[in-house]
Design a protein around this ligand. Structure first.
Ligand code: GDP
Ligand code: IMO
Ligand code: MG
Length: 431
């Protein structure tokens, strides 16, 4: 029972990085279990700001061990850039970072394929981060992928070349001309060359059999926090398919992505924004296209941590939140970014949808495909700043009512409230 899980309950960017960093002093090990550099986890403290893509958010606590689990997919070049940035800022990253040999590699041609598939979809595109996520997980499932542990094998280069040429055949078949296509601003050949150099660097890091590693930690009494990426509504099975990512972002991903059993999991900490955002395409029932949506975006600084794209903003969606709580067995909630709504006179919360002439309070299959018409409760805003350092001393009554309203609706306690991006702007509500 040594493993607690923290995962996102909406469409990602809930603030997972901040809260993992805040909670890390309570743990010995922080482990990422799925996703890849499509993630962008922001951590702010002492006037410094970091965005992590592959490295777990426990890295800023020098006593914590960080594990990149087998369920994660790794782009060696993105990892190298991330490590360089951390090292340049004086953050210790080396002895405290372990990587599962079973984690799959994102090849430069996976990123080409991602771009080619999106290009072919035209207006129907997913809005992928173009980090090669879908194609890499596709190769994993179709048993063609290359793993971190393979780098050491004598035939690695041969397997790499075979996979690359298969990818290039597909790119050609889709008729995607990549001669002018840049990956992170670099022509393909340059990216590939830097990728190869980074691959050599990756091979020198602490590679482990992650499943044995984590069990050894658990047996010796170490406390482990599993850090989710993306959010439950982007889950490959339960999200708004096909507008999803390519991994299980929900609780099952913890077991398959680290090699642990469900019995080892204790707390399931679900994190949500006090409103909703989504980046990329796909249904978003409570999306706002008016000035309130624009206010949430500008005050909440709702621009993608990985791609810089403007995030779509809307009201809190309770049936969707309840769905995510159900899927994950959430034991407690963390509410983020309510400070962004400080000045609003009224706050809407969706409690159901009108669907085929009926009022429903669940997400029907059609929610993946078509717009649902939300039905709202309207609550009074608190119109008071809740954004203070070191927790909030005085809780406006309307704010407390907003939290209690949500707790009652989803029958789950809100134990932590975040009132600003900084580590210190965190309020522990209940023990
Ligand atoms: P993650 O992917 O779940 O880690 O979230 P992101 O880092 O992509 O996005 C969350 C954004 O909100 C980041 O810019 C954070 O610095 C910021 N943030 C986190 N918590 C709060 C909060 O309580 N209030 C405000 N205003 N910003 C927050
Ligand atoms: P974190 O961990 C928000 C979205 C993309 C796109 C869809 C598929 O920071 O919360 P992909 O690149 O996975 O093929 O994109 O999923 N997406 C995210 N949105 N936060 C993320 O991660 C995301 N990772 C992927 O925008 O709509
Ligand atoms: Mg993010």
């Amino acid at each position: 029972m040594n493993v607690d899980v923290l995962l996102g309950l909406q469409w990602g960017d809930e603030g997972k990085g901040k809260i993992v960093d805040v909670l890390t002093p309570q743990y010995d090990v922080v482990a990422r279990f799925q996703g890849g550099p499509n993630a962008g986890h922001t951590i702010e403290f002492e006037n410094k700001k970091f965005v992590l893509h592959t490295i777990p958010s426990g890295i800023f606590n020098p006593d914590a061990i960080n594990l990149i689990g087998n369920g994660v997919i790794i782009d060696p070049l993105i990892l190298r850039r991330e490590m360089t940035k951390l090292l340049d800022s004086g953050t210790q990253v080396g002895a405290n970072l372990y990587i599962s040999r079973k984690a799959h590699l994102i090849l430069p041609t996976h990123r080409l394929l991602d771009a080619a598939y999106e290009h072919a979809k035209g207006a129907q595109k997913i809005g992928s981060t173009l980090k090669g996520i879908g194609p890499t997980y596709t190769d994993k499932i179709s048993r063609n992928g290359l793993r971190v542990g393979d780098i050491a094998s004598v035939n690695f280069r041969k397997r790499y070349d075979e996979l690359k040429s298969r990818h290039l055949q597909i790119v050609e078949m889709i008729d995607f001309d990549f001669s002018d296509h840049l990956i992170d601003g670099l022509p393909f050949d340059v990216y590939e060359q830097q990728w190869m150099e980074a691959l050599n660097g990756l091979a020198k890091l602490q590679l482990v059999d992650g499943e044995y590693f984590i069990h050894k930690m658990a047996r010796s009494g170490k406390r482990i926090l599993a850090e989710g990426a993306q959010g439950s509504l982007l889950d490959i099975d339960f999200g708004s398919y096909p507008f999803v990512t390519s991994s299980n972002t929900t609780i099952a991903g913890v077991c398959s992505g680290l090699g642990i059993s469900p019995q080892m999991i204790s707390r399931v900490i679900g994190i949500f924004k006090a409103y909703c955002t989504r980046v990329g395409s796909g249904p978003f029932p409570t999306e706002l296209f008016d000035e309130t949506g624009a206010l949430l975006r500008s005050k909440g600084n709702e621009f993608g941590s990985t791609t810089g794209r403007a995030r779509r903003c809307g009201w809190l969606d309770l049936p969707a939140l309840q769905y995510a709580i159900m899927l994950n067995g959430v034991t407690e909630l963390v509410m983020m970014k309510a400070d962004v709504m400080d000045e609003l006179e009224h706050i809407k919360v969706a409690t159901g949808y009108r669907h085929k002439g009926e009022l429903i309070d669940y997400l029907p299959f059609e929610a993946c495909l078509e717009a649902l018409e939300p039905v709202y409760d309207i609550l009074p805003g608190w119109q008071h700043s809740i954004q203070t350092g070191n927790g909030i001393q005085e809780v406006p009554a309307a704010f407390e009512s907003y939290i209690q309203y949500i707790e009652a609706k989803v029958e789950t306690p809100v134990t932590i409230v975040s009132t600003g991006p900084d580590r210190s702007q965190t309020w522990y509500r209940k023990a």
